[in-house]
Each structure stands twice: as structure tokens, then as C-alpha cells.
Design a binder for this molecule. Structure first.
Ligand SMILES: [Zn+2]
Length: 267
């Protein structure tokens, strides 16, 4: 996170008139306080760095860039929202190249799940109660990617995918052992349910249905292909075989982007 981006966001919304110098001093803090006052929230319990990020997230959210929860943590969804915002400032678009996937690339148990175009019929409306009614129990504590001091032992997802997701993690920890599973950073959890649009598109994301999970986003960034993404390396072959055996699809494996991501829908 570059503090100048926070100042640029505050300035773009008219809250900040100072230099874009990366010094989040009194002028920047005053801008954040104004944003809090307008939203009717006062984040006095949060340290200033977290409050400043929350203020930037509020601007991104107000301008339609979907940073996710306004929680004051700079995770991959906030980063992608910034990419989208910066692209608009530059007169371009935060595109994501999505290759079409031949039907023949999707095999076995994956065919039992709907196509992305059929998600509503099977999963119900995006953001509906079913999208967070499932509970995944984790065999070991996972670390939250955007707030590494916090761990979880379960998370919410769509009610139809809780069982296969729970099985994927149990299978994978059994296969690798806890030490290697953690060495591969598969326990760095990048989130599941998130009511937002697909990045670089207008359709709703599979995350808006609670049927997708991200892992280790930092080392598997959205636009990276197998030349850069860590989860494209051979050490992860067993992980992906386990994922696919339970019916989930890796966008990395079938379309070579978004290697952090798995989903229970055919692209
Ligand atoms: Zn994802």
C-alpha cells in the first residue's frame, strides 16, 4: 500500500487539498475524519493507519470500485479496487483477459456443477441467504491474507458447497501434512463470499454466490499466468487434483489467470 494513493483518493473526492507526498499527517487525518463524519461512524478504536485505509476504501466504494468490506485492511480486493480506480484516472480500463474455456476442458465431477451462466437457477440470487448459509470446518487454523494477525477455523459459504470444500481441505492436509500445507501457503485464506462484480466485467462474481475461495492472493495475483503464479508450480499439482476431484474448477488450470481462485461453477 502506497500512502500517496490514499491521499489521491481523498483528494479526488474533495476531502484533501494538500500535497501528494505520502505523509499521512494532520491534513490527511482531517480528511479521514470528515469521511467518517459523513458516514456517521467514528473509528476511534482503530489505529490511524487502519482509519486512513478505511477512508480510502470508503472513497473507492462510493465511486463504484468495490473494495469489499470497509475494514481498514489493505487486502487484494482493495488493491484491485485501486487498480480499477487508477485505470479510470488514466483513461483506461482495469481489464482482465478471460480466455474462453472449451467444454472438453471441464471433466468428471466438475460437470455436476452449473455453468456460470446458470448460477442463479442452482444457487439462487447472488447475495441471498443461501450464499452464506454453509459452514466450512477447517482441519487446521487458516491465516486471513489481509490481516495476518487473525486466524480462522471455519468460514461461511453457499450451503451447497460447504461439504465439498470441507472435504477438499481435509483431503489436502491429509495428503501434504500440516507442515507442507503451510509451507505452500495454502492456509493463507483470501476470502469466500463477497457481493461484487467480476473484476474487469459487469456480471456478478462467483464470490457473490459464496461458491468461490481464494488462497495466497499475494503470490497468485489476478492477472498473473503460470510463469509467475506460485500455485502453477508442480508442488501444487496434488492440491488441484484434490480440488478437481471434489468438483471445483481452477481458473488457473483451465484459463491461466487468477491462480488464487477455485469455484464450483464451470466457466
Ligand atoms: Zn476469487
Amino acid at each position: 500500500m502506497d500512502p500517496r494513493h490514499i491521499q489521491m483518493l481523498l483528494a479526488s473526492a474533495g476531502y484533501y487539498k494538500g500535497a501528494i507526498d505520502g505523509d499521512l499527517g494532520p491534513l490527511s487525518r482531517a480528511a479521514a475524519l470528515t469521511i467518517e463524519a459523513h458516514a456517521g461512524v467514528h473509528r476511534v478504536a482503530w489505529p490511524w493507519p487502519r482509519r486512513m485505509i478505511a477512508a480510502a476504501q470508503a472513497v473507492l466504494d462510493a465511486q463504484g470500485h468495490e473494495p469489499g468490506l470497509i475494514d481498514g485492511f489493505w487486502g487484494h480486493n482493495t488493491q484491485e479496487a485501486l487498480t480499477s480506480w487508477l485505470s479510470v484516472q488514466a483513461g483506461t480500463v482495469a481489464t482482465v483477459v478471460r480466455r474462453s474455456v472449451p467444454d472438453s476442458a471441464i471433466v468428471g465431477p466438475q460437470r455436476e456443477w452449473p455453468r456460470q451462466s446458470e448460477m442463479v437457477a442452482v444457487f439462487g440470487p447472488a447475495g441471498g441467504p443461501r450464499c452464506t448459509a454453509g459452514r466450512v470446518s477447517l482441519p487446521i487454523p487458516f491465516i486471513i491474507a489481509w490481516n495476518r494477525s487473525e486466524t480462522i477455523t471455519r468460514f461461511s459459504c453457499h450451503e451447497l458447497v460447504a461439504e465439498p470444500l470441507t472435504a477438499i481441505y481435509a483431503d489436502a492436509v491429509r495428503h501434504y501434512g500440516r507442515a507442507q500445507f503451510e509451507e505452500l501457503d495454502l492456509h493463507i485464506w483470501g476470502g469466500c463470499f463477497n457481493h461484487r462484480k467480476m473484476r474487469g466485467g459487469s456480471a456478478l462474481s462467483t464470490h457473490a454466490y459464496g461458491i468461490a475461495v481464494d488462497h495466497d492472493p499475494e503470490n497468485n495475483q489476478l492477472r498473473w499466468g503460470r510463469d509467475r503464479a506460485r500455485m502453477a508450480q508442480p508442488a501444487y499439482d496434488a492440491w488441484w487434483r484434490i480440488v478437481e476431484a471434489r468438483g471445483a474448477v481452477s481458473l488457473g488450470r483451465v484459463a491461466n489467470f487468477d491462480w488464487m481462485h477455485l469455484q464450483f461453477a464451470r466457466p
